[in-house]
Design a protein. Structure first.
Length: 328
């Protein structure tokens, strides 16, 4: 099985794509979530048996997959050391495809060993485990490689492929999900892993998922009208709350808008799901409470961060660049 897993980490597959139906209400997942909790701590040395125990209580593929997904997110921890090493190597060899390919061949088996023996992994391990458990259950699932975007990665520039997630076919429809980001996150300042389940990355709408995931094979956007990689890299910085609150429109369209001193900067967002309170901040300080539009200006050249919060959670950020006003 090891050879198949390593190949799975490095190769993307493509199937025919289908339109995605509406997301199912969270309450419908109580039963599979309970089964996943009952199986806490189950060893990884017999994946067929683990998959059967998680999925056999259910007839619907959606419930079977939810039990698999929730179990992985609750029982596998992010491998901080391997994450940092992998990130360093990929940046080191970004312009050396031969060396990068060699590192990929090396890290594949290491990722799987750490997963089985320590129950720790990085994104490729999460995606690989999800796929293996699905395969054992007869659920069609693939690993998708591409660009993950957060406050320290893929902000502008040409972009660096740095992430893996899954596409899964449930009841004849393709869906997207990211167990790595659902399970928790690495705190780069503290060098620690923080476990917390994030519902936003379980079967979201493709348009929302594409706000911080961009596949190398754009067929896995699952969208008819596809943004370009440049659009993705230059867009405002989106957080998980934007998926939860279904934010579908943002102004400005770029993360780093440029203005002159004293020129107005107008920010706005449109959400399909009502939020109790929207707070706009500038450089971390509250500037306006309420309203889906915010406008301000800056007197001096420099950089300023504008962030919108819904119910205390960051939703979107812009980094406004204020240039020097040259008189004629």
């Amino acid at each position: 099985m090891r050879t198949g897993v390593v190949a799975m980490l490095l190769v993307g597959l493509m199937w025919s794509l289908h339109a995605q139906p509406p997301r199912v209400p969270l309450l419908s997942y109580q039963a599979p979530d309970s089964v996943a909790s009952l199986m806490a701590g189950y060893p990884l040395n017999n994946l067929p048996l683990l998959s059967r125990k998680l999925t056999s209580p259910f007839s619907r593929q959606r419930d079977q997959f939810r039990a698999i997904y929730k179990w992985v997110c609750e029982n596998i921890e992010g491998d901080v050391r391997l994450f940092q090493t992998n990130r360093k190597k990929r940046l080191q060899w970004i312009n050396d495809p031969v060396a990068l390919a060699g590192w990929n061949r090396q890290i594949g088996p290491q990722t799987w060993r750490n997963l089985v023996t320590q129950r720790k992994t990085i994104c490729t391990g999460y995606a690989a485990l999800i796929r293996e458990l699905c395969t054992q259950a007869g659920i069609r699932c693939v690993v998708v490689d591409g660009y993950g975007r957060n406050r320290i990665s893929n902000i502008g520039g040409t972009g660096t492929p740095n992430h893996s997630w899954n596409a899964v076919m449930l009841d004849g429809q393709w869906y997207l999900c990211d167990a790595t980001w659902s399970a928790g996150s690495v705190n780069p300042e503290l060098g620690s892993y923080e476990r917390h389940f994030e519902e936003a990355y379980f079967l979201p709408e493709p348009l929302l998922f594409a706000s911080n995931h961009y596949p190398i094979d754009t067929a896995w956007l699952l969208m008819r009208s596809k943004p370009t990689l440049t659009d993705f890299l230059e867009a405002p910085l989106i957080y998980s709350a934007a998926l939860d609150f279904q934010v579908e429109s943002l102004t400005p369209a770029k993360f780093r808008p440029s203005v002159r001193p004293r020129q107005a900067v107008a920010c706005s967002l449109v959400s399909r799901k009502a939020a109790a309170v929207i707070i706009w901040t500038v450089d971390g300080e509250p500037a306006q409470t309420g309203g889906d539009h915010f406008q301000t200006s800056f007197r001096w050249p420099g950089g300023h961060t504008i962030t919108a919060y819904f119910d205390g959670r960051p939703v979107v950020s812009w980094e406004v660049r204020v240039g020097v006003c040259v008189s004629k």
